[in-house]
Design a protein around this ligand. Sequence first.
Ligand code: HAM
Length: 443
Amino acid sequence: MTKLTRLRGFQDQFGAEVELLSLVEARAREVARRYGFSEIRIPLLERIQLYERSTGETSDVVAKQMYVVKHAQEGGTADAMVLRPEGTPGVVRAYIEAGFDRSDPEQRFFYCGPMLRYERPQKGRFRQFHQFGVEVFGRADPASDVELLVMIDDLGQDLGLELDFEVNSLGCTQCRPAFREALLAFGRAHLASLCADCHARLERNPLRILDCKNDVALAEQAPKSIDYLCPDCRRHFDTVLDLLRSTEVTVSVNPRIVRGLDYYVRTTFEVTSRALGAQNAVAAGGRYDGLVETLGGAPVPGTGFAIGLERLVIAKTGSSSGSPTAGESLSRSQFAAIAASGRHAPLIDAAVIALGDQALTKAVALARKMRHDGLAVHLVSPARGLKAQLRRADHIGARFALILGEDELSRGVATLRDMTAGTQRDVSLEQAAKAVSAPTAGS
Ligand code: HAM
């Protein structure tokens, strides 16, 4: 029989790991709120054509990495559906479908959730990973590109991460044809050095040869998009760089940032962390004017980025070894504490121990009341005796045990045991929550 293990490249995430991801997500949400983004939730499943027409048929994502799904009953006859490999196409589709492109084009959305790509798994690269992304619609100005980089920098600072920013401009429909021709000529002249994939891509989308991992040196010599920019694109890019100089974000121009997805025009960028290995991109994005129109909407410009949450956590935990020092941000010390804990369960304030049926009735009510007071309370399985229940309370790391036996019931109290100090005292049932919350509770 097949052993039911998880699929390669997929992860089960427990306790502390999930807490770290949630913490990073919470920080990203807070930054997005400050930048005026509202949340959008889009489906996991979309029609295959959505990605073919946006991400692009020559992109690795569409050509090799999509999880194509069909309905069990409709079988092969139904239009193929895809588990989303990225968020941008779905957000653009939703934006058009809701009619924003015509009624109220300027919109700012953020999204967060799992994405799926059939990639070769390695450290920091998974087949299911989580992205936090933002999309800005209706803004063609360079400042809207710059604000995205500043926003990523804010999140990096908030998390205490050192990030490197690289930008490029890919030009627009006006200047791209000349660049494309130059690349095509270059590719044809170097056919012998190109890999099999690039041979196939060259005529359809010569930009892809710049992504070729087989011959990086060749890509270095290839024509650069910034040398082919039309006056409007040149002005846009110069303003992006000027505005960035006035911020504290240090960026370098890298003509190799062509991005693996087809919809980009003008500004593109990648953000990396030196705390990561080969998969060092924590965020990436750029401008996609024309995509709304390509997908059937009005000609509305767009720009955005997505962050890989797992990569942020790896960068963060990898670089935060040692205990945090005074003055470091709260999130940094929280991170270190959570990462060091290796916890697979939440911290428990009190374990409630009931001895006997009558006590159990009281215990259920007491536990609930304490939870209403904001405490994490665990009702220990009453099937065992006092000793075994105390061992359980100790095992789950409860700070206190509240014991309810016949004797306690008759006196209307519970025994409050400090699990670390081993000291005990009586507390009234009404005062139990307060006693557990107080710093000197057990003494
Ligand atoms: P992307 O560069 O494909 O762009 O992905 C963005 C980020 O997602 C990467 O920088 C990385 O941190 C993370 N990521 C991608 N693939 C994996 C993986 N296999 N395992 C772990 N993390 C991964 C996009 O997806 C665009 N939709 C970004 C965008 C939004 N452009 C405009 N708006």
